[in-house]
Design a protein around this ligand. Structure first.
Ligand SMILES: NCc1[nH]cc(CCC(=O)O)c1CC(=O)O
Length: 315
C-alpha cells in the first residue's frame, strides 16, 4: 500500500452519479478512505457520471425498464479505467455485476426504514380517507394499497426539494423517502418520522452503500478492506439472496430486511401484488454466516406459496 498511495497528482478516481445523495455518498467514501490511510482528501477525485436514470426524469423508472439504469455508464467507465471505484446505493444495484467487476465492500448501514414525509399529517394512520399520496416505488405503492386501499396513489419522482415543492403545490398530502437518504443529506427534518418496519418493510439493501471495483485491482481491494463493514455485509448477503431467488430488483414489489443480533440473522421478507390485493410474508433466522442460504430459501418458499400467476407482473 505505502508504495503506491494515491496523491493529489495521481488521485484515486471515485465514480458517482451527480444527484445530491450520490455525491454525499461519494464524499462519505472519500472521507472514510482518507481517514483510514491518513491521506489528503485531494488524493481522491470525485468523477460525476450521468446515467440513463439521471437523464430520463419524466417517467417512472419501471416504464423505462431494464436493470442497472443507474449503473451501466458508471460500470463502463470503471472497465475502461476512467475511474477506479464506484459508489452506489445498494438498493439500486442488480444482484449480479458485469464480468470483471466486484461489489463486495459496504459502508456501515444507515437507518434502513422508510420516512413518512408530509407538511400536515404526522403518520400513515392519520391520513384522512381517500387522501392522495405520492410514490413511484412499486413496493411502497403496493404496501400502501394493501394497508390503506382507500388512498389515492399518484406517481412522484425527483429529489427532496422537488418532492417538497409538489407537496406544497398540493399534488399530494404525503410522500415517502428512505430515512438513510434524508440522514445523509442532513434533511431528516422533512420527515415526520421513520415508519416502523412492521408497518412498512423496506426495500432490500435500503440504507446501505456499496463500493464496486475492478476484480484485478489489488491496490483498491486492499484499500477498501479498511473501510468495509462486516455486519452490513452479513445482512446484505441474506437480503440480496432473497431478492435473487425471486429474480427481483428495486423496481419489483418486494421487501426484505435482515437484522443481526448476537451472531444470529433474522430475515423478514415480503412479496406483494402491485395492487396490494395479495401480500405474502415470512420470517426466519439462521447463524450469521448462513445468510445466503437463509435468503435463498425464503425466496423459494414465497415463490412456492405464491404459485404460478402471483408473479405475472414480473417482466
Ligand atoms: N430508488 C431510489 C433510491 N435509491 C436509494 C435511495 C435512498 C438511499 C438508500 O436507501 O440507501 C433512493 C431514494 C429513496 O428511496 O428515498
Amino acid at each position: 500500500m505505502t508504495a503506491d498511495r494515491p496523491t493529489p497528482d495521481a488521485p484515486l478516481k471515485i465514480g458517482t452519479r451527480g444527484s445530491p445523495l450520490a455525491l454525499a455518498q461519494a464524499h462519505e467514501t472519500r472521507d472514510r478512505l482518507a481517514r483510514a490511510f491518513d491521506l489528503d482528501p485531494a488524493a481522491f477525485e470525485v468523477v460525476v457520471i450521468k446515467t440513463t436514470g439521471d437523464i430520463v426524469l419524466d417517467r417512472p423508472l419501471k416504464e423505462i425498464g431494464g436493470k442497472g439504469l443507474f449503473t451501466k455508464e458508471i460500470e463502463e467507465a470503471m472497465l475502461s479505467g476512467a475511474i477506479d471505484l464506484a459508489v452506489h446505493s445498494m438498493k439500486d444495484m442488480p444482484v449480479e455485476q458485469p464480468a470483471g467487476l466486484v461489489l463486495d465492500t459496504y459502508l456501515p448501514r444507515e437507518d434502513p426504514r422508510d420516512a413518512f414525509v408530509s407538511r400536515e399529517v404526522s403518520a400513515i394512520a392519520e391520513l384522512p380517507q381517500g387522501a392522495t399520496v405520492g410514490s413511484s416505488s412499486l413496493r411502497r405503492r403496493a404496501q400502501l394499497a394493501a394497508r390503506r386501499p382507500d388512498l389515492n396513489l399518484v406517481e412522484f419522482r425527483g429529489n427532496v426539494q422537488t418532492r417538497m415543492r409538489k407537496l406544497d403545490d398540493g399534488v399530494a398530502l404525503a410522500t415517502f423517502l428512505a430515512m438513510a437518504g434524508l440522514n445523509r443529506l442532513g434533511m431528516a427534518e422533512v420527515a415526520k418520522g421513520a415508519i416502523d418496519t412492521e408497518e412498512m418493510l423496506p426495500a432490500v439493501a435500503q440504507g446501505a452503500i456499496g463500493i464496486e471495483r475492478r476484480a484485478d485491482d489489488h491496490r483498491v481491494a486492499a484499500m477498501l478492506e479498511a473501510i468495509h463493514d462486516a455486519d452490513t455485509a452479513l445482512q446484505l448477503a441474506a437480503e440480496r439472496a432473497f431478492l435473487a431467488a425471486l429474480d427481483g430488483s428495486c423496481e419489483t414489489p418486494i421487501a426484505g430486511l435482515a437484522r443481526l443480533e448476537g451472531g444470529t440473522l433474522t430475515l423478514r421478507g415480503e412479496i406483494l401484488r402491485p395492487d396490494g390485493s395479495d401480500v405474502l410474508d415470512d420470517k426466519a433466522e439462521a447463524p450469521a454466516e448462513d445468510g445466503a442460504a437463509l435468503g435463498r430459501e425464503m425466496g423459494l418458499r414465497l415463490l412456492e406459496r405464491g404459485g404460478p400467476g402471483f408473479f405475472d407482473w414480473r417482466g
